[in-house]
Every structure is written in C-alpha cells, then in structure tokens.
Design a protein around this ligand. Structure first.
Ligand SMILES: [Zn+2]
Length: 151
C-alpha cells in the first residue's frame, strides 16, 4: 500500500531571470516568480509518515533558495558559450552577448532553463535525500503554466 503527501507551492518559491532559445519573447532576458510543489509517495515509516513535512519543507527551501534572485545560466547547453573573467561572465547564446557580474549568476547544470528542466533539477536534488521514494516536482512559472518531473 502506498501513501502520498503533497507540499503545495504557496510559500515555496524563487524569483529568477533567464532566457530560452525560443519562442522569441522567451529568448529575451526576463524573469519569473517560480512556485514549487512536491508530491512524495511511499509506504509509511515507523512514525506513520511518508516523510516529515517540516523536514521536507526545509529541504526543499535549501534547494530552491540558492536560485533566488539570480540570473540562471545553463551550463550543459551546446548552444551557450560561457567565459568567466575576473568579476564578470560573458555569455554568448543564440546570437546574443551578455556580460553579467559573476555575483548575479547561478550556473545550473542543465541544458536549458525551461520549467521542465528546473523541475528535474529540483527533483534530482530531492532524490539525493529521499532515495527510495517516488517523487513528483511541479514548477509553475505563471498562474496558468507549470511543468512536472516525476520518477
Ligand atoms: Zn521565462
């Protein structure tokens, strides 16, 4: 028998800037307030929980907080060239050149900063903590759009 718990996204959020390859308005540098929800399924532990909600919330916040108020630059894209200089970073992506302060960048090891891959990144971090549980992560970037990754 499997139980499922859900941590809704009302408080788990981060704000960040990014750009995508397409469509054209998404190719411009812009930002979102991202909301993150998690579902975890498993049998109950000795304390009759799937997981401890308080620990889950703290763990999720510790994964999401490092992204907050940064420009997210994906490091696993074949289309994006990154050159680190002393205090700045030059990013050449999709025929555009950005020069940003190093302090304002979070390098994220994914091929693109789509909500789908952000959900997978957060999922993989949670999976390191909750190894044997079934996890679903939902990342919403607006009131009407969200992406999920689950295993
Ligand atoms: Zn966007």
């Amino acid at each position: 028998m499997s139980f499922k718990i859900r941590l809704e996204s009302t408080n788990i959020k981060f704000s960040a800037s990014h750009f995508l390859k397409e469509p054209s308005q998404c190719a411009r540098l812009h930002g979102h307030n991202y909301y993150v929800s998690v579902e975890i399924s498993d049998k109950l532990n000795d304390n009759h929980f799937v997981v401890n909600f308080i620990e889950l919330k703290e763990n999720l916040e510790s994964i999401v907080e490092p992204l907050n108020h940064y420009v997210l630059i994906p490091t696993e894209s074949d289309d994006i060239e990154i050159r680190e200089e002393k205090d700045s970073v030059e990013v050449i992506a999709y025929n555009k050149r950005y020069v940003l302060p190093r302090t304002d960048i979070f390098f994220i090891p994914i091929p693109a900063t789509t909500s789908e891959l952000l959900a997978k990144y957060i999922h993989n971090k949670l999976k390191e903590i909750y190894k044997n549980k079934k996890i679903l992560v939902r990342v919403g970037e607006s009131k009407s759009t969200s992406a999920e990754y689950c295993d």
